[in-house]
Design a protein around this ligand. Sequence first.
Ligand SMILES: [Zn+2]
Length: 646
Amino acid sequence: MAEPFYVTTPIYYPSDRLHIGHALTTTMADTIARYKRMRGYDVWFLTGSDEHGQKIQRKAAEAGISPQEYVDRIVATFQELWRQLGISYDDFLRTTEERHKKAVQTLFRRLEAQGDIYKSTYHGWYCTPCETFWTETRLAQGCCPDCGRPVEKVAEEGYFFRLGRYADQWLRFVEENPDFIQPPSRRNEMISFVRGGLEDLCISRTTFDWGIPVPGDPKHVIYVWFDALTNYISALGWGTSEQEKFEKYWPAVTHLVGKDIVRFHTIIWPIMLMAAGVAPPRRVFGHGWLMVSGGKMSKSKGNVVDPMVLIEKYGADAIRYFLLRELPYGADGYYTEEALVERYNRDLANDLGNLFSRSLAMVERYAGGVVPVPGPATERETELAAVVRHSIARTEQELERLDFAGALAAIWEVVDRANKYVDEAAPWNLAREKQTERLHTVLYHLVETLRVLTVLLAPFMPGLPPRVWPQLGLEAAPQLQEWESIHRWGSFPPGAKVKRKAPLFPRQEGVAAPVAEAATPASTVPQITPRKEVTLTEMATVSIDDFARLDLRVAEVEAAERVAGTDRLLKLALRVGEEERTVVAGIAQVYQPEELVGRQVVLLANLQPAKLRGITSQGMILAASDGEAISLLTVDRPIASGSKIT
Ligand SMILES: [Zn+2]
């Protein structure tokens, strides 16, 4: 029977729409869930929403609607975000569901019956944004030590959970289970917190009523954290007559949480379970925060980044890649849109995207699009295979310890090595010299590398494989898409027909418009134009006179070179009849300078000159673009340069 693997995200608080920090945790959980499924585990992936509490009640009152209506609306946006981000959860638990309320009350009753819950009066402080009780001594300069915001003085009758009674049992458990709290730095922090003394925890409130009532004493509602943490077992049917899921998946669980809520998950939650006679979770992983300019994201700072907007602009795979790549293991990462675009262009468009497109282009050009039978491998192929083998092993290790950035770095060793392999093996020379067997060997090893990369990247970028398999001609070969298959290097079937399509990750900076744009300072943030289908009727009509104002000419490329300091601009020397022109064009990602020399292109000759990187561009060459691919306009048959286009 398959080994169970249960992974959870925190259940998010629907007081507002989610930001990119929530997308981070959920993407991590999704990636490990997908990976474990590929490795044959019986996976259960839970996410959800934590819908009770004072803050929700206040927000709903401000909006003039009921709390239930309020959370319904916001939870719908959560689910839409997860759909767009490709999150493959198995269950979405809402704490307002009956199944959850029952489990929370069952747990409460059980702890109360055995004397672990008692009634008393609470005197202390409460941070409403964090929904956290604080004693005087834990406050930081009179404020919440977690978020730094002011706290409210609270004196109310409440139910208390005897947390302190379990401190020793907790310390023993953590000692016997060194992998329970990860990464280890957080473990030490939690141990010293508990050694500092655990106070009994107030687990009910009376100042509002948007919560689960205390059984038998409905003027109290159960404290949101006691309520929320229970979701991890209520979703599995714990405490009911149908608890097969609980029996199967608990405690084989990995709780993924941000570092700010590690304490709740590693101290309060396991003690609640210990008291109820349930095994504590196997692993709690506290990842760092994604910082934005101005520090941690928060609505009051106005620096909240909406993941929906980014997904629409760059695609879900690119956002997932950035999140997983940018956060070093256990530490904080930084988000800026510039950093996102830079990563996208460097890692995805250049390194990965180019490897795919040039490899497939060479199979088409030199082997008629059919994957050839390889000849004998040389040292180069042996070395490539060794890099691949090493990378697979490292990816597996890093994923086991939830180091997503480390795993992607391991995968990029293959990408880098394969790009170098192309440059060194120089298939174009082999083709020219008619070294067909050697050429076939190189092409074969390239497509096999692409296959391995696609499998390795599947958990991280689930949108990638469905786009790649048809291009590799492997859409009907599921066994070659499985994780286990990449341990068998050389499985690619010769004879498969490749079909190159549009680039997997089109460049984000200006490739779509090879126009002589107005001079921009080098530090300007690249403006990203989202792909947009323009229907013909959207444009205003022009008269023939308007058209006649454009001086369009046939020009011949006499020389071409890259513009230093940019990776997208080419400087072209054009002959236009008797005249010579210099034009800067943003096509370097798509055209090599050498291949343009001697070509006839179409020049808009009377465009106002513009300075680009210190070069005066005298006109613009025309190109077609569908937003991804780009193709220069040329003339159907050779004609004198300088000829007018009418
Ligand atoms: Zn706080």
